[in-house]
Write a protein that binds this ligand. Sequence first.
Ligand SMILES: Nc1ncnc2c1ncn2[C@@H]1O[C@H](COP(=O)(O)OP(=O)(O)O)[C@@H](O)[C@H]1O
Ligand SMILES: [Mg+2]
Length: 334
Amino acid sequence: MRPSDKANHSAVGVDVGTSRVCLAQRQGDTFQYETQLNAFVTVPYSSITENVLKKESVPHTVSGAEIIVHGNESGRFADLLNIETRRTMDKGLLNPAEPSSLDMLGKIVESLVEPTEEKRKLYFTVPAAPLGSEDNLTYHEATLRQIFSDLGYQVKSINEGLAVIYSELESSNYTGIGISCGGGLCNICVAYLSVPVLSFSIPKAGDYIDSSAATITGERANRVRIAKEHSFHFNGFFADQLEQVLTVYYDEMIQSLVQGIKQAFASSRNLPKSSRPLPIVLSGGTALPDGFRDRFEKILLEAEIPISTTEIRLAADPVHASAKGALIAALAEG
Ligand SMILES: Nc1ncnc2c1ncn2[C@@H]1O[C@H](COP(=O)(O)OP(=O)(O)O)[C@@H](O)[C@H]1O
Ligand SMILES: [Mg+2]
């Protein structure tokens, strides 16, 4: 192993999202990612079930007469059993309505992040405060810091939108707007030469689309999510009712994102006064459907926000951009 390989291997980035937890590591010149759904379900205990889960390497925990299946497989189990998944987080933060949130987030993190005895550096993402509200991050951030410190890491947090900028905007010297459209939130950060000057979140994102569409179609939100991830795209042609309903709520979500940007720009005093046009990068799972970028651009132009853009583009790897940015921040610290 070359010395630089060892150094690279020593840092990790973790994107702790409402919907998914993603680990980024560097191996030589490439970035590697591993992801788990940030959700769980309980199934009745039997030794056969336990053995099969072990055999298939499905992350799980035995708890009395139940087995808790956490991570990726929980979504499929919930779909088959026609129940909802339980969620450790809601709108970017630990879910106060879920008594097991702390335990389960710890388990999901441990299924991805291995313990270290070398005090490796770890950066994890945190959301920005909702537009117009006070920062309410203290408990969430301290809890995650503890989970990662207990695994032996030297831990720091990074704003999620800034992580997108670190991942995608090296070419503009980290000047521009990074947007992550996730499950619980859209996170937006404006940075000037790598310094974050404005960041905020909007509480409408993928989960909002799923739960709103579910109330119309009468299906479970988890099932809507699976269908949406499988086949939704913007093309003005509706194969079925779900597609039409998803388009309606996607549009509403993009509207609220754009109106949030408009409001933030109108009320912020600390934005760079230069008229230098800014690049906008879109990332996160909710930005994946074909046509999302075009739809966002159209709605942004219609909103007549006084910013000029050099480009509006999708991140190279939208679902991994935040984790990669967190890793880049950790690596840069040396
Ligand atoms: N292919 C896809 N098409 C549409 N939505 C998707 C797709 N893949 C993931 N999503 C949605 O993206 C959201 C999760 O995005 P992610 O960036 O992982 O979020 P978070 O930061 O909240 O963990 C969820 O609402 C999920 O349903
Ligand atoms: Mg995210």
